[in-house]
Design a binder for this molecule. Sequence first.
Ligand code: RUB
Length: 318
Amino acid sequence: MVLTDTADKIKSMEIRGAGRIARAAAIALAEHAESLDLTDITIFSGEMKRAADLMAGTRPTAVSLPNAVNIVMASIAQATTVPGAKMAIGSKAREFVQSSNQAVERIGKIGARHIRDGDVILTHCNSEAALACLIEAKRSGRDFSVFATEVRPRNQGLLTIRVLNEAGIKTRFIVDSAVRSFINDIDLVITGADAVTVNGAVVNKIGTSQVALAAHEARTNFVVAAETYKFAPRTILGELIEIEERPAGEVLPDDIAKSLPYVTVRNPVFDVTPAEYVDLIITETGAIPPQMAYIIIRDYLGWDISEFGKEFDIDHHD
Ligand code: RUB
């Protein structure tokens, strides 16, 4: 079954990365809707709500996931028949996937303009959006090289160096803890994002905030490549982004852990980089300072401060 299959793949990280997760969830919801043999719109909507909750609950941090699920699910709010709802959800999911791919492409074009001949770029984790900037810069003839981190414990850096190698980009692969040793050789850091909060903080793979701190200290520009659907509307309401903590076995093999009864492992897999360490966020609508996050949430995701009123039952008087 597509729905549970996709949910399992997201949980196990066979499908990973905020953009990919979002697109996979949108497609899984559309295929699930198509597979339902139901005629009653209320029962159908209830089943789709259950499916949406299952999808949104697979991993807690990447906001692209609930955003994609909400965008797709909003398409059936007005549906009065099951065939109509199936059609609406299918076309919304396809539209989301297409606009997501276009967003990455556009970010690549904008981000590439920040890369100059001779630059040394550092990237952390494996981000399609960040890589799009590097690949586009290479495609347009820019001569630069990259430092890519290993990304313990799941080694997403291995995915990154394969992509960079395929694009013919000269790359040095380093362990995460070597970042500060090389930071003075770096002209620009580019990472992706799993979430951007209303105050412009960037949630991304664990270690990103250390990279940003080192860059800040060295006065090296730190740029984030993030599609608008990675901005977190509910942070307007004071909601915090949950940082996923994954199993200890990803860090320390279980047999070793068992032999060390006084040792426990902590494995948070994302961290928060404050806005003051971020020079620019490159979105598909343009490069913005992180302080403009609220504008993106309001103008591109359709969320406003007035959502406060709805959520907390406050009357707004003009
Ligand atoms: C992936 C990660 C990526 C962002 C952005 O973490 O932190 O930097 O998701 O990626 P994980 P993209 O491997 O745990 O999912 O630009 O591809 O959306």
